[in-house]
Design a protein around this ligand. Structure first.
Ligand code: TIU
Length: 224
């Protein structure tokens, strides 16, 4: 354990990184969001927009693993019987295909289906906890907070997809629970360029109202 924090260049001001207390939390890097035929495309989105986050996430993940730091992953999805799927979420959008229906990668957003799993490029190691969440935020109806507390984690580097939906919701939930959140902009992606920009601005505005924004190179530079 270092006796002083590492300074990461960030906005609105440098982030004081305590590596041993900082988990890398990768949000919903699932085939259902990242590949054709899944939930993201079903909602009318161009999923190719998100693939630029893969390489920078691989670099951060490799660094966290090399330093034996805490890595955790989340997946959005539901039980096969859909008992944890609110009716409101099921019918939202009034689309012909819904969560639980069969798509090219199995049943859409259902646990155990290939589309629900994390993309091979960023697949979790056996030692890395995977949080299955039914909502957009990673703290709602999960044991994420308990696991982080048990590990002595007080800081989160939050990456993944999508910037304005599950990443933003999770950062806000974490902030209210007392975690300092750092978001590397090249490691988070949105289907909408304007939401990418504003989703990040919302986090760092007002003196870092929800957290800090940086890039993966700045984190890697601080760690090296
Ligand atoms: N639709 C969309 O942008 N996102 C989601 O539905 N879930 C996540 O962000 N993971």
């Amino acid at each position: 354990m270092t006796t002083h924090p590492l300074a990461v260049q960030a906005e609105p001001y440098p982030f004081e990184l305590w590596p041993a207390r900082c988990a890398l939390l990768l949000i919903d890097l699932q085939r259902d969001f990242m590949e054709p035929g899944g939930f993201g495309e079903m909602l009318g989105n161009d999923v190719s927009q998100l693939r630029r986050v893969i390489a920078p996430n691989q670099r951060l993940l490799a660094a966290w693993r090399a330093h034996a730091l805490t890595v955790m992953h989340t997946r959005e999805g539901h039980r096969p019987d859909l008992s944890d799927l609110p009716e409101a979420k099921k019918i939202r959008g009034r689309g012909a295909t819904r969560i639980g229906d069969t798509g090219p990668m199995g049943r859409i957003l259902v646990r155990g289906e290939s589309g629900h799993d994390i993309i091979p490029e960023l697949y979790p190691a056996p030692s890395e906890p995977v949080i299955d969440k039914p909502g957009k935020g990673a703290f709602f109806a999960t044991d994420l907070h308990a696991i982080l507390q048990n590990k002595g984690i007080t800081q989160l580097i939050v990456t993944g997809v999508t910037t304005e939906v599950c990443v933003n919701t999770t950062v806000r939930e974490a902030n209210d629970r007392g975690y300092d959140c750092l978001v590397p902009e090249d490691c988070v992606g949105s289907y909408f360029p304007e939401f990418q920009t504003m989703g990040l601005r919302m986090i760092k505005a007002q003196g870092g109202i929800f957290g800090w924004v940086t890039d993966s190179a700045s984190i890697l530079a601080a760690l090296s």
